[in-house]
Design a binder for this molecule. Structure first.
Ligand code: NAD
Length: 475
């Protein structure tokens, strides 16, 4: 049964009684699953003062204590993965196997932060005179406000929570109202793992109102957001006006470059399967396919055939490869991308129209012969759309790949080490995947350049955004 999420403030789970609520809707069936309570102003103030009060002691907690709690959370994630995953499929739509995998891989994120938080070091700098002592310490920044999206509702939230808590900060998190179950499951795990009240607080509401209130509050010292570029820019501007540190994990429009010396069949098959993961609603999803002309036809044949075989359906059905889009509003958006492509002379090789059934279903769609300035080649589709275009000159493909303001992920397929190295250097992106899909592991940094964001999550960089540097000199 779907358990209706609550608020979590100062160690208490608070229901919707007496509060404004909103429907939580299953994207595969449009069934209303429950009512989500919105935080009132008084709730937000309570979360702020709880986080401020808890910071006074949590900042001085031993890294061993933090590590132990994070380890317990990792263990609980593994134990509860199936139950949490089922709820994610119900309120987000992705196939059950993908939901469960999201939870279990996040157990590794919690373990990674448990290990790394014991290694937050300072340094000693030799003085210019023997009696001068100089050292540098890294201290938790303070109360953090975080805003996470619905596409990987568990992953996006737990990474921010683990980084903040592991660094010794306290955090108020506003999760995605449309897919809320994962975030409250995280709160339950930390609660059960013995996290002191006020260190983690979960609120819901009208996103712009909650973020505006929290970011303006003098209690909040750091803002972390994952979501779209336009919203990220708004929040970064507000945080800048109040001189708050930021981590921004924003959208992308990830280019794929397939060279004619690549293992084309393997590349086409793997790219097709990767493309439909989470129905394409992934910030690092491959979204612009540049294929060298000698292998263009064979790439398309395998790519289209693999996508044709994808079974689209309710994520709870065991044979489903791709679920619905998370939001009804995104279905007409997909159609607009297709209409724009066709109006500009594009050719539709697969899909292109919403499925004629209840739920937000849009099939895998392949479009070719589209100009570079078409909507699908310039705006992040965030859905199962794949525009594929040929190229002859590698330099031209690199120029096209770098031509947008985004710079998140990129993909290169080639059997030449020289080409791989040259292109990896030339691509303006936070990550370059060569001949496989290897990013977003706990031990590797994840983040974008250009409009795709500021800062990294994961890797040994994971605490950087949650720490401030203090220099101490004594005589
Ligand atoms: P959106 O920009 O309206 O919302 C994206 C997320 O940000 C949602 O979770 C939303 O609740 C939150 N949000 C929106 N306005 C906010 C505000 N003022 N303050 C705080 N949070 C706010 O977009 P959408 O229609 O929900 O999703 C589609 C777009 O979102 C895509 O084009 C994609 O670029 C982006 N997106 C990116 C990621 C990512 O991982 N980088 C994840 C989800 C969505």
């Amino acid at each position: 049964m779907y358990e209706t999420p609550t608020l979590y403030i100062d160690g208490e789970f608070l229901s919707g009684e007496g509060r404004k609520t909103q429907d939580i809707v299953n994207p595969a069936t449009h069934e209303v699953l429950g009512q989500l309570p919105h935080a009132s102003r008084a709730d937000l103030d309570r979360a702020l003062s709880a986080a401020a009060r808890a910071f006074e002691t949590w900042r001085d907690s031993s890294p061993l204590q933090r590590s132990e709690i994070l380890r317990r959370v990792a263990q609980l994630s593994r134990e509860r993965a199936r139950e949490i995953g089922r709820n994610v499929t119900l309120d987000q739509g992705k196939p059950l196997a993908e939901s469960v995998a999201e939870i279990t891989t996040c157990a590794d994120h919690a373990d990674w932060h448990a290990e790394e938080c014991r290694r937050i070091y300072g340094r000693v700098i030799a003085g210019r005179r023997p009696e001068v002592h100089q050292y540098v310490v890294r201290e938790p920044v303070g109360v953090c406000a975080a805003f996470t999206p619905w596409n990987f509702p568990f992953n996006q939230a737990i990474r921010k929570v683990c980084a903040a808590i592991g660094a010794g900060c306290t955090i108020i998190l506003k999760g995605p109202e449309d897919s809320p179950s994962a975030v409250i499951a995280i709160a339950r795990m930390f609660h059960d793992a013995g996290l002191p009240p006020g260190v983690l607080n979960i609120v819901w509401g009208v996103p712009a109102e909650v973020s505006d209130y929290l970011i303006r509050s003098p209690i909040v010292r750091k803002v972390s957001f994952t979501g779209s570029v336009p919203v990220g820019k708004q929040l970064a501007a507000l945080a800048g006006a109040h001189m708050k540190r930021i981590t921004m994990e924003l959208g992308g429009h990830s280019p794929v470059i397939v060279f004619d010396d690549a293992n084309v069949e393997k590349a086409a098959t793997q790219l097709a399967r990767f493309k439909v993961r989470n129905a394409g609603q992934v910030c690092i999803s491959p979204t612009r396919f540049y294929v060298q002309d000698k292998v263009y036809a064979s790439f398309l044949e395998t790519f289209v055939q693999t996508l044709r075989d994808i079974k689209v359906g309710d994520g709870l059905e065991t044979d489903t490869d791709m679920g619905p889009l998370a939001h009804e509003r995104r279905v007409p958006t997909m159609s607009r991308f297709v209409e724009d492509s066709l109006a500009r002379g594009g050719k539709l090789l697969l899909g292109g129209e919403p499925l004629d059934r209840k739920g937000n279903f849009f099939p895998p769609t392949v479009i070719t012969e589209i100009p570079e300035d078409s909507m699908v080649m310039t705006e992040e589709p965030f859905g199962p759309l794949a525009p594929v275009v040929p190229f002859s000159d590698p330099e031209q493909a690199i120029r096209q790949a770098n031509s947008l303001p985004y710079g998140l992920a990129s993909y290169v397929f080639t059997s030449s080490l020289q080409t791989a190295n040259r292109v990896a250097r030339a691509l303006e992106a936070g990550q370059v995947n060569i001949n496989h899909f290897g990013s977003a592991l706990p031990e590797t940094p994840f983040g974008g350049v250009k409009d795709s964001g500021i800062g990294s999550e994961g890797g040994s960089e994971t605490f950087d955004g949650y720490l401030v540097t203090k220099f101490v000199t004594a005589i």
